[in-house]
Design a protein around this ligand. Structure first.
Ligand SMILES: Cc1cc2nc3c(=O)[nH]c(=O)nc-3n(C[C@H](O)[C@H](O)[C@H](O)COP(=O)(O)OP(=O)(O)OC[C@H]3O[C@@H](n4cnc5c(N)ncnc54)[C@H](O)[C@@H]3O)c2cc1C
Length: 402
């Protein structure tokens, strides 16, 4: 990895690069974000002989992975999670652990000699005055000018905590899942986990395993549960195989598979969902891979309760069915927002939900040379899709230069 000397705000500010219409193609491509998406795209560009500079706000690559909770392992296989140009070593096992993913990303940057600027946050992307490139406004008043920009700032950018009534007055402990590391601090305590995505499901199990006194899981929409692997067949393989099939057909196949492999948990508060798995996935709700939740719910170690509506009288949580409960701690696994608005919202490239209108190799007509990667949640595995997009984006950048 080539880390450029722009680490601190106090570091000398480089002079803004000259903006000349004569040499727009000589400008580097700036990649915003040094996560898997940004690193893979920088590699793919470099492999085509195009200079790419990754700008990362944290002080090291893989910042999101460094923050994830301790027990996290990939839900996707090692082989299908590797980025282009570097396999994940066999010793990571089939499901790589969080720390191994971080090590892999560090190694990836190093092996491919990626040009990375750390400690610099890009706050806004604008067209250059000559219209031939992009101007990035970054930490400390820096202005970076590139021929193209790849936004790879991550789907899980900013923790989202619903504005529940009474939230500020809650006297118990309220933590977003993004700040959860492990269940040790919760041993013996009564904990409510809010939200049953993959993160909420795994945290609930982690709390049980760390000896929490009571674990409840607040569920608004019943999730689709899938086994990470059945008789050696990873759920991800099915996700890849069915991707191009009609949604209704995939929904039917998944329903049959679920009946064969997932027990009926209706009596425990988790009936089978009405809407199909693939229909939901296309709306952004990927299925929950079982890492112990099914067993924990069956054995009553995780109790499913209604969604959270708000807080009351300081210590009470109000649930959608009218129940009031008084947990010692609440862990909100309520997701994240992409938070792309300040960066690119003024360019007309986002839809009403703040998602990029064009993704991967495609760009908006009004914003040629501005690419987005990592803002979808495909059932075939995000890391795999990031790798595919990286190579497509690199080829699109090369085409645009000809
Ligand atoms: C708990 C969890 C488990 C997951 N497990 C899997 C899995 O098993 N398999 C799978 O395929 N996918 C998984 N994913 C999904 C996905 O692969 C990861 O979220 C992955 O890290 C996405 O990579 P990314 O590069 O798009 O974003 P990130 O990894 O979030 O990287 C974005 C980077 O951009 C930086 N950044 C953000 N804003 C700026 C800015 N303005 N200026 C400069 N830098 C900025 C951040 O610091 C960060 O380093 C998981 C996600 C989560 C949250």
């Amino acid at each position: 990895m080539i880390t450029l000397a722009l680490m601190e705000d106090s570091a000398p500010r480089p002079a803004p690069q000259a903006i000349t219409a004569a040499n727009p193609a000589d400008r580097p491509v700036y990649v915003i974000g040094g996560g898997p998406g940004g690193l893979a795209t920088a590699y793919a560009l470099r492999a085509l002989g195009i200079r790419a500079v990754v700008v990362e706000r944290a002080d090291a690559v893989g910042a999101s992975w460094r923050r994830h909770y301790d027990r996290l392992h990939l839900h996707t296989t090692r082989r299908l999670s590797a980025l282009p140009g570097l396999k994940m070593p066999r010793r990571f096992g089939r499901w790589a652990a969080r720390d191994d993913v971080v090590r892999y990303l560090e190694k990836y940057a190093e092996v491919h000699e990626l040009e990375i600027v750390t400690g610099v946050e890009v706050s806004r992307v604008e067209r250059t005055a000559d219209g031939a490139g992009w101007l990035l406004r970054a930490t400390g008043g820096r202005e970076l000018v590139g021929s193209a920009v790849v936004v790879a700032t991550g789907y899980n950018h900013t923790p989202y905590l619903p504005d529940w009534p009474g939230r500020e007055e809650f006297t118990g402990e309220l933590t977003h899942a993004g700040a959860y590391r492990d269940g040790a601090p919760y041993a013996g305590r009564d904990v409510l986990v809010v939200g049953v995505g993959n993160t909420g499901a795994e945290i609930a199990v982690d709390l049980v395993e760390h000896g929490a006194g009571r674990v409840r899981l607040a569920v608004r929409t019943v999730p689709h549960l899938v086994r990470r692997s059945t008789a050696g067949w990873a759920a991800q393989y099915s996700g890849i195989l069915v991707r191009r099939l009609p949604v209704a057909l995939v929904d039917r196949i998944c329903r049959v598979m679920a009946r064969a492999s997932i027990p009926d948990l209706s009596a425990h508060g988790l009936p089978r969902p009405d809407t199909g798995l693939y229909t939901r996935a296309r709306q952004g709700a990927i299925p929950v891979q079982d890492v112990g939740l099914i067993e924990a719910v069956r054995k009553g170690r995780v109790e499913v309760v209604a969604a959270v509506e708000g807080f009351e009288d300081g210590g009470k949580v109000v649930l959608a069915d009218g129940t009031r409960i008084s947990p010692d701690a609440v862990v909100a696994a309520t997701g994240y927002v992409r938070a792309l608005e300040p960066l690119v919202g003024h360019l007309g490239v986002l839809d009403e939900r703040g998602r990029p209108v064009a993704h991967g190799a495609r760009t908006c007509e009004e914003a040629p040379g501005l690419y987005f990667t990592g803002f979808t949640t495909p059932i075939s595995g995000t890391l795999r899709e990031l790798s595919i997009d990286a190579e497509k984006i690199a080829k699109a950048v090369r085409r645009a230069r000809r």
